[in-house]
Design a binder for this molecule. Structure first.
Ligand code: FES
Length: 190
């Protein structure tokens, strides 16, 4: 197997003057989260959640700022962020569509749903539409195998999907008629 190398030594990270870790966030990290753990590093997950919840993703500058507060190497923060797919290293669209790709859903036409979404939005898995409205990803089992295939629109779980149903829901998001809360409606509806 060939090794693929990249020149990390000369890599530049995009920075801005204003810190991502706001004074309120840093105060919460130091006064609420860090005291809960024996070592500062223990507060890494809550720190990352806090930043992602605020910005929707975790910029590299924010990783560096978190590392400074927790007194750990920035590479440790990057290792954690890049290991868990729930953490975002790039900005994502206003709405995140996550289709389960694990076996039960795959057997029940999840791939057809994904293909329908790709065709509807003109993007591939892992991409964001040009208008920044939608990002499409695939996830492993969402714990709802009995109602496969399933997908999330943002935090809403939608069960018993069909390609027509998921496309119809995207239409609803686009025209402002989408109702948050998720559905478990049966396939025969569409
Ligand atoms: S395989 Fe899709 S929810 Fe379990």
């Amino acid at each position: 197997m060939a090794w693929i190398t990249k020149n990390s030594a000369e890599a530049q990270i995009e920075t801005r003057d204003e810190p991502y870790l706001t004074p309120d966030m840093e105060k919460k990290l130091r006064e609420v989260y860090m005291p809960r753990y024996e070592r500062p590093k223990g507060a890494l997950f809550p720190a990352l959640h806090m930043v992602q919840h605020h910005y929707g993703w975790i910029p590299q500058q924010a990783m560096q700022e978190i590392a400074d507060v927790l007194e750990i190497a920035p590479s440790e923060v990057l290792d954690t962020v890049s290991f868990y797919e729930e953490y975002w290293e790039l900005p994502k669209g206003e709405h995140l569509i996550s289709v389960c790709r694990s076996i039960a859903c795959e057997f029940c036409s999840a791939t057809a749903c994904t293909e329908a979404i790709k065709a509807k939005l003109g993007i591939d898995v892992g991409q964001t539409t040009d208008d920044g409205k939608f990002t499409l990803v695939e996830l492993e089992c969402l714990g709802s195998c009995g109602t496969a295939p399933v997908a999330l629109i943002d935090d809403d779980l939608h069960e018993n999907l069909s390609p027509a149903r998921i496309v119809s829901m995207i239409d609803q998001v686009q025209n402002g008629t989408y109702t948050k809360g998720g559905t478990g409606a049966v396939k025969e509806d569409l």
